[in-house]
Each structure stands twice: as structure tokens, then as C-alpha cells.
Ligand binder design. Structure first.
Ligand code: 4NP
Length: 166
């Protein structure tokens, strides 16, 4: 396995708390990567812009919505750090606040091209942001999963060329 991490394309999904949207994006992407046998080419992680939920497991309502689609959510919340700009090839912000909060930490503007809005990869939805489901009901969590399935498919298609060159 030596060289495994070095060769892999690194994706980081970022939301506010790292307990709902970004762990879902990570779980969905890992599911698609496994299906397409790209597990040795692409690595996924997730983080939050806030420190609110550091160390927490994914939200149980989010986990339940993901399970309906056979997606498992894993990991413990961590906060985004400036070191992530170097570590990751692409940083996917769930909404525009997350996007601005990430870019605010890039004081030189050097990493701007690595940071993208997750919904820019959707092909079936017009949404510009993944809505924050935290204070809403069950339907909101289900919607996040469907929107992220669309975005993750589009993202995987768009990085596939880069991944095969790695
Ligand atoms: P996430 O959802 O950013 O998708 O993980 C939220 C989780 C927690 C809070 C807001 C959004 N909160 O305010 O604690």
C-alpha cells in the first residue's frame, strides 16, 4: 500500500457543523467511488467551518436519511484549518456562507481555484446551495441526500479525467 495516499486525489467536503451535509457528501462520494472501483484513486474527508460540534458523530436524523439510500455516515466532526488548503486537491463548500468562510482563511487568495460550491456539479437540480437541514424536519434531510447524490455524480464525472492522469 506504499504510495496509496500519495497518488490519490483528495476531496474535502465542508459545511458549518460537519455533522449533517458534509459527512453526507463524504459518505455518498465514498459509496460511488466503491461502486466504480476508484477507491485507490480518490480519498474523501469532511470538515466544518465552525467549532460547534468538534468530536461529534454525524447527526442521527441525517444518518437515518442516508440509510434509506444505503449510504453509511462515519467519522467525527472536525474544524476546517488552513493546512487543508495544501492537503486537498478540491474543497467543496455546501453553501455560500461556507464558501466565504473558507476563502476568508486564504489570505493570499492562492487557493481560490481549489474551493468550489458543491451545487455547481449538479446536473438534475437548479439549487445553488445545499440547504442547512439542522432546524427543519425529516423531508429536509431526505432532500439533502438527493441533492448530494446528484452533485456527487457530477463531481465524480468532472474529476475522472484528472484522476486517471494521477
Ligand atoms: P451542517 O448542519 O452544517 O450541515 O453540519 C448544521 C449543524 C449544526 C448547526 C447548524 C447546521 N448548528 O447550528 O449547531
Amino acid at each position: 500500500m506504499i504510495g496509496h495516499d500519495f497518488m490519490a486525489y483528495q476531496l474535502l467536503f465542508v459545511c458549518l457543523g460537519n455533522i449533517c451535509r458534509s459527512p453526507s457528501a463524504e459518505g455518498i462520494m465514498n459509496h460511488l467511488i466503491q461502486e466504480k472501483e476508484l477507491g485507490d484513486r480518490i480519498m474523501c474527508d469532511s470538515a466544518g467551518t465552525s467549532s460547534y460540534h468538534i468530536g461529534s458523530s454525524p447527526d442521527r436524523r441525517m444518518t437515518a436519511a442516508a440509510k434509506l439510500r444505503d449510504i453509511a455516515l462515519e467519522g467525527q466532526a472536525r474544524q476546517f484549518t488552513v493546512a487543508d488548503f495544501e492537503e486537498f486537491d478540491l474543497i467543496l463548500a455546501m453553501d455560500k456562507d461556507n464558501y466565504q468562510d473558507i476563502l476568508r482563511l486564504d489570505s493570499t487568495g492562492r487557493y481560490k481555484d481549489k474551493v468550489r460550491l458543491m451545487c455547481s456539479f449538479c446536473t438534475q437540480h437548479d439549487d445553488e446551495e445545499v440547504p442547512d437541514p439542522y432546524y427543519g424536519g425529516t423531508e429536509g434531510f431526505k432532500y439533502v441526500i438527493d441533492l448530494l447524490l446528484d452533485a456527487c455524480e457530477g463531481l465524480l464525472d468532472s474529476i475522472r479525467a484528472d484522476v486517471s492522469e494521477h
